[in-house]
Design a protein around this ligand. Structure first.
Ligand SMILES: Nc1ncnc2c1ncn2[C@@H]1O[C@H](COP(=O)(O)OP(=O)(O)O)[C@@H](O)[C@H]1O
Ligand SMILES: [Mg+2]
Length: 406
């Protein structure tokens, strides 16, 4: 359980200095909503925000050097904001539940003398009392420092005041994150929990063609980034709780236009294939024959029905390949799905006013570029007139289309 109330990004591509929501240094800002949608013209940094989450996830899976080189990133020098010499830095302001004190996670990545990326600093801190000063329970500089065991304790880095069980730490590889190494150990209770949260992120780059590929039979609990294991997830859900899965399919079938019924079919090798009945036809079609739009919607709705949901899901441009009339419903369902609690958070980038029409001004952020080429972010509710107009019933996507912002 838990969510990010805010994120601060420094020197990552066009995001030279961006804050979304509440962070340690921006306490006055309202926290991010469970649904955060990012809009703005092409080239203004939306995918770069998605990539920050992808980059952090890649750092967890391997190390910062490999993450810099992964995908299309092209290495540290390509990622760091042009003209900057300071490290790339992220700050996540994380809260586990309503009554938990927020945790600040800071990490900065720089090049060493040999031009190799390494983790320059890493820190996790939390306040002891509600209004007190934060105490670090993980602090590493160039791979050495300390961590605190258990649920309590930490050090005030300014005054040196500390309590709890401090353990000196030296990592053998300064390209690896301390949260990964220490979070693997039971005694670092808070680090372990935080790592679990980071690991539960899901970046969705769903491509219908990937979902059409026939996979080998093997149940898998979660959809992968492109959705290539749709049938494996179906197999997993069928095995874990067949009745529940059939119920979920019924729920989804009502949301897919033109589809009257979806049923799983178990093959002799244990694989599950999905049968879709379309209006007007007697026999079902299999996944491979479904339209891009139907497959995408199906995958999104399946994602929203995960039984053990991933805490943070990032979806880039869900509107691609979808008929515009389906988008408001999809946005509504996503909002309903994330609710108001601490179990799930959704980030979406979009170019669709139809999608945005289902959202409130606090849920939408605009990215635009300043004359210097770097992005700035602003919450739609902070633009003039917007709140007054939405209170009168005007919808956010229409205001966007009419250029009140964006
Ligand atoms: N190292 C960098 N420093 C500054 N800007 C960068 C850097 N790398 C890429 N960019 C800029 O960031 C932008 C990337 O935009 P992107 O996130 O793909 O936008 P969107 O998804 O909103 O269309 C491009 O305008 C590109 O020129
Ligand atoms: Mg983009």
């Amino acid at each position: 359980m838990g969510k990010i109330e805010g994120i601060f990004i420094q020197n990552y591509g066009s995001l030279r200095d961006i804050t979304l929501g509440r962070t340690y240094t921006h306490q006055e800002q309202p926290p991010l909503k469970n649904m955060t949608t990012i809009i703005g013209p092409s080239g203004n940094g939306k995918s770069t925000i998605a990539d920050v989450f992808g980059f952090i996830a890649d750092c967890l899976d391997s190390d910062v050097e490999a993450a810099c080189d992964a995908g299309n990133r092209g290495g540290f020098e390509q990622i760091r904001s042009q003209g900057e010499t300071d490290p790339i830095k992220f700050e996540l302001y994380y809260r586990e539940s309503n009554n938990a004190r927020p945790i600040t996670y800071e990490v900065s990545i720089d090049l060493d003398r040999a031009g190799r990326p390494f983790v320059k600093e890493e820190r996790l801190r939390q306040r002891v009392e509600a209004k007190g000063r934060p105490r670090s329970f993980l602090r590493l500089q160039n791979g050495s420092g300390f961590a605190y065991e258990g649920n309590f304790g930490g050090r005030d880095d300014d005054t040196g005041v500390s309590d709890g069980v401090q353990v000196p730490v030296t990592l053998s590889d300064n390209r690896k994150l301390g949260v990964v190494t220490l979070g693997a150990m039971k005694q670092y209770t808070r680090i372990e929990k935080f790592l679990k949260f980071l690991r539960s992120w899901y970046l969705c780059y769903f491509t219908p063609d990937a979902a059409r590929k026939i996979q080998t039979s093997a149940p898998q609990p979660y959809l992968d980034r492109v959705g290539s294991n749709l049938n494996n997830v179906a197999q997993y859900m069928y095995r874990e709780n067949k009745n529940e899965f059939v119920k979920i399919l019924k729920d989804i079938q009502d949301k897919l236009p033109g589809i009257t019924r979806i049923e799983p079919l178990k093959m002799p090798n244990g694989q599950i294939v999905l049968q879709f009945w379309e209006k007007g036809f007697e026999s079902p079609f299999f996944t491979q024959k479904m339209s891009d739009g139907t497959l995408k919607l199906f995958a999104y709705y399946l994602l929203l029905h995960e039984s053990n949901p991933r805490q943070l899901v990032f979806i880039e441009e869900p509107e691609n390949g979808l008929y515009h009339h389906y988008l408001a419903d999809l946005a509504e369902e996503m909002k309903k799905n994330v609710g108001r609690g601490f179990s799930k958070q959704l980030f979406v980038t979009t170019h669709s006013p139809f999608f945005v029409n289902a959202l409130s001004p606090e849920e939408v952020w605009v990215l635009r570029k300043e004359a210097d080429g770097f992005s700035v972010a602003q919450r739609v509710s902070d633009y003039p007139f917007v709140n007054e107009l939405t209170e009168q019933g005007v919808v956010v996507g229409d205001l966007w289309y009419d250029k009140y912002f964006g």
